[in-house]
Design a protein around this ligand. Structure first.
Ligand SMILES: NC(=O)c1ccc[n+]([C@@H]2O[C@H](COP(=O)([O-])OP(=O)(O)OC[C@H]3O[C@@H](n4cnc5c(N)ncnc54)[C@H](O)[C@@H]3O)[C@@H](O)[C@H]2O)c1
Ligand SMILES: O=C(O)C1=N[C@H](C(=O)O)CCC1
Length: 269
């Protein structure tokens, strides 16, 4: 069988460039399209040349329809608005949509769920093996410890990140809430500022640091009287997210319509 053809959306972005390099070097997939926003200076350029290397024979376009029609998967690390639009187009082409974009609203998620009725969509706030293992550990530790153990998720990212808490922090918070048999919506405490009052028992808090070139750091802190347990993941290279996304695109090739996540892809369920 031919290697699956993959479109990268957000080609000029930090993740887009990682993916183009990874797919270009892969013997399991081929790059068939590169999409970016209409005002990107990369539009009309060969994507390899735009990245400062050799030409790859793929011209960056702001019109996803044509390239998606000939693709088996779209890997998308863009913005919430772009991701919602791409979900509809990718579903129409019956291709696999791998979504790494974070900061999606409830409304965005409803659009994505509607698109997943027609094609497989694999979405995760973090595509790395390490974080997806940490999600399982967080669920277990939260289940083992009583509500007298306070839970906070503290995360740090580079200065360009636009959403908070990070998608990863929300995955970890959801896992902690699940461990306690609740939903994060029930336990999440608003960002702290001013006279917040004492902490509510069983609540889950979030704190975000933004600065420099930090790729991504997450601590899940379980704090009780006299002791703390800290679960930590440190990302030092974005390649971990790109490898996870490509793995998801390949895994999705024989899957039916529906919503999947990285625990499905990695068999961690
Ligand atoms: N799930 C994960 O593992 C993971 C890992 C890293 C980043 N992310 C998320 O991926 C997203 C992108 O991160 P980044 O660091 O690459 O950001 P970035 O700003 O470097 O790149 C975003 C890219 O999307 C493009 N874009 C924006 N609007 C578009 C549109 N309408 N059509 C086509 N392209 C469009 C931009 O031009 C840019 O090339 C963020 O939401 C981030 O949180 C997720
Ligand atoms: O760089 C980013 O932006 C990242 N976003 C994801 C998140 O929101 O958790 C994953 C880590 C990097």
């Amino acid at each position: 069988m031919d290697k699956p053809g993959i479109v990268v959306a957000g080609a000029s972005g930090r993740m887009g460039q990682m993916l183009i390099q990874l797919i270009g070097d892969s013997d399991q997939a081929r790059l068939v399209g590169a999409v970016d926003r209409p005002d990107s200076p990369w539009i009309g350029q060969d994507v390899g040349t735009a990245m400062g290397g050799a030409a790859m024979g793929i011209v960056v376009t702001d019109d996803p329809i044509e390239v998606i029609a000939g693709a088996q998967a779209v890997i998308d690390f863009t913005s919430p608005a772009a991701t919602v639009a791409l979900a509809e187009l990718t579903a129409q082409a019956r291709a696999v949509h791998v979504i790494g974009t974070t900061g999606l609203s409830e409304g965005d998620l409803k659009h994505i769920a509607a698109a997943a009725r027609h094609a497989p969509i694999i979405r995760a706030g973090n595509m790395s093996l390490g974080v997806n293992l940490l999600v399982g550990l967080t669920r277990k530790v939260a289940a083992a410890l009583g509500e007298d153990w306070d839970i906070d998720v503290v995360e740090a990212h580079h200065r360009h990140k636009v959403d908070a808490p990070s998608g990863t922090a929300l995955m970890l918070g959801e896992a902690a809430a699940e461990g306690r048999g609740k939903s994060l919506d029930d336990l999440r405490t608003p960002a702290r500022e001013g006279i917040t009052g004492a902490r509510e028992e069983g609540s889950i808090g979030f704190a975000a640091i933004r600065g420099g070139d930090v790729v991504g750091e997450h601590d899940v802190i379980f704090a009780a009287d006299g002791e703390r347990v800290v679960l930590r993941h440190l990302a030092t290279d974005r390649a971990i997210f790109a490898r996870g996304a490509l793995r998801a695109a390949l895994w999705g090739q024989d899957k039916g319509p529906g919503e999947y996540d990285m625990s499905d892809v990695l068999g961690l369920g």
